[in-house]
Ligand binder design. Structure first.
Ligand SMILES: *Cc1c(COP(=O)(O)O)cnc(C)c1O
Length: 427
């Protein structure tokens, strides 16, 4: 059959009911699975047969949703995690351990930055952060003999920088390591990083993928293209026998297409247990059914809002990749031809005080730390998530003291612009 288009995979991917079976994805609400003989069970433990044994490792509902996301990204295998944080942690910890090194873009989500620069640093993994706009030379200079991966976000949250994925993929591959891309803001509807050379994709499905602010979740997808076996000294965990798993060698037993995800499930899910519930996976699948339609509306609403803000004289600056005036517009046209996402950042003349005042007058857009769901919301980082920082520290973090992050939802855009206009008129 011809390769399906993304809208079709969003609705029908991952689950093919047989004769008389439920049309909608069944929620398998069971921690455990029954077998006839101990020998049957033994084969599962040796990874010699397919099947389920305990839902901390794998659950049929979660697996079907993972399969749908793998198809959406054009990958060979995927696993769901209980959050985006767990997805990024597992994606890196699956191939890096104490005394290893990672190159990462400096404009990444604050939670990921903290995970890397504080918590994983404590585990002995070192990170070098590079400006995503750096030259190839500067990027290459960040690598060390013990570098195991490169990490970046397609569209960074909240900086909204657009990553030159091909530039980062080339540098990673020249140094014999994979490129891991957090594709949360773009979603596979607007960008499929594997088509540009990325090897592993991660998601916080909490955002657009689930889309309704109803459930936290994450996902890791493998392209199946990175040849771990070519660098056995760099990736011993994938290329030599795992004594904690009956001596299995993941690359030999599961091939390029299955080694990375099988190891992540067998070792990391087993030991850390950041498993999503089947109920959460079901909600994610339900959200995915409408993802292409929602992304189109998020983007067209955000574009109209960005244009309105740009034309208003109380606004000092607007940052949205789809605006022609934007620094990343050329990269956005290349990697995100159908639109970027629904998140805009902008500044108000009069700085911090006016920003807080403005937000207090909004009625439709609510003040939240969330982004990327159906309801419009906004945040003033300098007085909330980043309030402990001085103005100097804020500017170093790329968060101007007047910056407002606006996540444009699915409401009628005329109503949203009216709401913003009213609030601006009152300051
Ligand atoms: C929110 C977010 C995360 C963290 O995901 P959670 O689901 O909140 O754990 C990671 N990366 C990006 C780009 C995000 O926006």
């Amino acid at each position: 059959m011809k390769k399906q288009n993304i809208e079709t995979i969003c609705v029908q991917g991952g689950y093919n009911p047989g004769n008389g079976q439920p049309r909608q994805l069944p929620i398998v609400q069971s921690t455990t699975y029954r077998y006839d003989t101990s020998a049957d069970m033994g084969k599962l433990f040796d990874l010699e047969s397919d099947g389920y044994m305990y839902s901390r490792l794998a659950n049929p509902t979660c697996d079907m949703v993972a399969k749908k996301i793998a198809a959406l990204e054009g990958g060979t295998a995927a696993m769901l995690t209980s959050s985006g944080q767990a997805a990024n942690f597992f994606a890196i910890f699956n191939i890096a351990s104490c005394k290893d090194h990672i190159v990462a873009s400096s404009t990444i989500y604050g939670g990921t930055f903290n995970l890397f620069s504080v918590t994983m640093q404590r585990m002995g993994i070192e990170f070098t952060f590079v400006n995503p706009d750096c030259t190839e030379e500067e990027l290459n200079a960040a690598f060390k003999p013990n570098t195991k991966a490169v990490f970046g976000e397609t569209i960074a949250n909240p900086a909204l920088t657009v990553l030159d994925i091909e530039k980062f993929a080339k540098a990673a591959h020249d140094h014999g390591v994979p490129l891991i891309i957090d594709n949360t803001f773009a979603t596979p509807v607007n960008c499929r990083p594997f088509e540009w050379g990325a090897d592993i994709v991660t998601h916080s499905t909490t955002k657009y993928m689930e889309g309704h602010a109803a459930t936290i979740g994450g996902c890791i997808v493998d392209s199946g293209k990175f040849d771990w076996a070519k660098y056995p000294d760099k990736f011993p965990g994938l290329c030599t026998p795992d004594e904690s798993y009956h001596g299995v060698t993941y690359t030999k037993r599961f091939g390029l297409e299955g080694a990375f995800i099988t190891k992540a499930v067998a070792q990391l899910m087993r030991d850390f247990g950041s498993t999503p519930s089947p109920q959460s996976a079901f909600l994610l699948s339900l959200g995915l059914e409408s993802l292409p339609i929602r992304m189109e509306r998020h983007c067209s609403n955000a574009m109209k809002m960005a244009e309105f803000l740009e034309s208003n004289d109380k606004i000092s600056w607007v940052n949205y990749p789809d605006l022609e005036s934007n620094k990343y517009h050329e990269l956005a046209k290349k990697y995100l031809p159908n639109g970027s996402c629904g998140v805009i950042s902008f500044g108000i003349k009069g700085g911090r005080k006016k920003a807080e005042e403005f937000m207090g007058h909004l009625t439709l857009a609510s003040i939240e730390t969330h982004v990327a769901d159906s309801r419009t919301c906004c945040l003033h980082p300098a007085s909330s998530t980043h309030r402990q920082m001085t103005d100097v520290q804020l500017s170093e973090a790329g968060v101007a003291e007047d910056l407002i992050r606006l996540s444009v939802g699915l409401e009628n855009i005329d109503d949203l612009i009216e709401d913003v206009k009213n609030a601006l008129n009152q300051i």
